[in-house]
Design a protein around this ligand. Structure first.
Ligand code: NOJ
Length: 535
């Protein structure tokens, strides 16, 4: 347990992810932008979050909606200007919040001047900045590596007679991070934003950054099933998570350490034991390798308890835990577990030991929106149309109010808005004492005020077929009991322990708040409580 009750801002933080294209449009082109975000900062401040992470806002041909960057040190006109960015950053800081940018180091856009130079000739000084390879001796791609977005990871370049590697779209060529020039240029890009006062980075696909030096074939995945993405046919043991990637992560961290109190978050989808390595053996790696367990664990108390135990047990000494409930790549929590459970999920996320990351719209229970075939925008959906893999459904515009286009824009939005927006929106939920939004706000406030909920010890009490319960405590200070009914039937939390008596501080049913309980707590289906225990 960390005894440090004066943590750094991010150890105390609640991170809120904004997908800028979908948050708020200020110039009525149907696309969200920076001025739009500025106009919604009051809301975020009211909600109580303290750090905003923005998905990429840099100039981009938008083949992967900003994850294909053609200039790392400017702002795409779709989102605004550098002056808008400066305004945003200072407004965020003035309100006592922090701003985290998305850094995409693994690949650039194929329109980035570096790649244009690299593909211009084999003799280009930028040739070795990307991963070029001769065809296999028998012809065809150099090896069997696949692209996450479908098909081969290799693209033939007729002009120079070699293939280049792209772990994602062919319009997203992978940089060669073994090249010191690439490293230095990318680190200077970090410094550019850090000098401006940005508070940290979420680093895209951190575990992809270095590939096997011998380009060995990936092995077949024996667990592959037809409904899985084609990328999963192989186990990416030679194209991702190479030992040398850690040196890059450590170097990147050293750049952040040149500045006070900046945070480095790593996007890493790996089994927990491998994920932990990215903290670094001396906590000199990512401050927060994202923990995505809640994105996929079956919504069953025993499995969730096991996932928490696995994560808690694997954390290295001094490693800061974190939990993610949603992002722009995965189905929304409401669609995954059903709307009846969204309050319980909020309570789980905000009472676990670990910095929570919220995905915009989840605080009002936005659902995945079905997007008709001819409106699909996401390349992952377009490239594998038969597999229902499009990420558009979880990226639809924020539902602010019951007005035209949910208050997002006065023009046709880039993605259609959920038909339920007149009923489900921020304005309505703000006014409703019982709403999910007001529950989020209460939980955020309690977590922010109570070090026990923030950094206190996690002690599991029970997990059975219906519910999970645990204590969060700082010895000698305060203790909370959390009981979450993951089933739809009543649940009776029984204990003979006198020490488990106390007062219900927050309940998914506000009527129960303030109740003093001892012995049995009766919970409705889909109900959860946070109880302040008597000392
Ligand atoms: C991970 C990002 O979250 C995702 O949206 C993107 O498509 C890939 N990385 C490629 O950059």
């Amino acid at each position: 347990m960390s005894k440090n009750i004066n943590p750094l801002w991010w150890q105390n933080g609640i991170i809120y992810q904004i997908y800028p294209r979908s948050y708020q449009d200020s110039n009525n082109d149907g696309l969200g932008d920076l001025q739009g975000i500025i106009s919604r900062l009051e809301y975020l401040h009211w909600l109580g979050i303290n750090a905003i992470w923005l998905s990429p806002i840099y100039p981009s041909p938008m083949k992967d909606f900003g994850y294909d960057i053609s200039n790392y040190t400017d702002i795409d006109p779709v989102f605004g200007t550098m002056a808008d960015f400066d305004l945003l950053l200072s407004a965020v800081h003035r309100m006592g919040m922090k701003l985290i940018l998305d850094f995409v180091p693994n690949h650039t856009s194929d329109q980035h001047p570096w790649f244009l130079a690299s593909k211009s000739s084999k003799e280009s000084p930028k040739r070795e900045w990307y991963i070029w390879h001769d065809p296999a001796p028998e012809g065809g791609p150099p090896n069997n590596w696949l692209s996450v977005f479908g098909g081969s990871g290799w693209e033939w370049d007729e002009h120079t007679g070699q293939y280049y590697y792209h772990g994602f779209l062919k319009e997203q060529p992978d940089l060669n991070w073994r090249n010191p020039e690439v490293q230095e240029n990318m680190f200077n890009i970090l410094r550019f934003w850090l000098d401006k006062g940005v508070d940290g980075f979420r680093v895209d696909v951190m575990w992809h950054m270095i590939k096997d030096a011998q380009f060995r074939d990936n092995p077949i995945n024996p667990g592959y099933r037809a409904e899985m993405p084609t990328y999963d046919r192989l186990l990416p043991v030679y194209s991702t998570d190479q030992p040398e990637v850690l040196d890059i992560v450590f170097k990147m961290r050293r750049v952040l350490d040149e500045y006070p109190e900046r945070v480095m978050i790593g996007e890493i989808y790996l089994p927990i034991q491998r994920l932990m390595i990215y903290y670094g053996d001396k906590n000199n790696g990512a401050h927060l390798p994202f923990n995505f367990l809640l994105l996929s664990v079956p919504w069953e108390p025993i499995k969730i308890a096991a996932a928490i135990a696995e994560y808690e047990g694997a954390l290295p000494p001094g490693g800061s835990p974190n939990w993610v409930m949603g992002n722009h790549d995965r189905p929304r929590i409401s669609s995954r577990i059903g709307s009846g459970q969204t309050k319980v999920a909020a309570m789980l996320l905000l009472t676990l030991r670990g910095i929570p990351t919220l995905y915009y719209g989840d605080e009002i229970g936005m659902r995945d929106v079905p997007i008709p075939f001819d409106e699909v925008q996401d390349p992952q959906g377009l490239n594998m149309p038969d597999k229902n893999l499009s990420r558009d459904p979880c990226r639809t515009p924020m539902q602010w109010n019951a007005e035209m286009n949910a208050g997002f824009s006065e023009s046709k939005p880039w993605l259609r808005i959920d038909k339920n927006y007149t009923l489900n929106n921020v304005d309505r939920q703000k006014a409703d004492h019982y709403s999910l939004l007001n529950l989020y706000r209460k939980l955020i406030r309690l977590r922010t005020e109570e070090p026990a909920l923030n950094i206190g010890r996690y002690i599991q009490v029970c997990a059975d077929d219906q519910a999970i319960s645990y204590i969060r405590e700082i010895e000698g200070s305060s203790r909370f009991l959390v009981v979450l009914n993951l089933s739809h039937r009543p649940y009776y939390f029984k204990t003979t322990q006198k020490t488990l008596s106390g007062r219900i501080e927050i309940s998914t049913l506000p009527e129960m708040e303030g109740m003093i309980t001892q012995g049995t707590i009766e919970l409705d289906g889909d109900q959860g409580v946070v109880m302040r225990l008597d000392q």
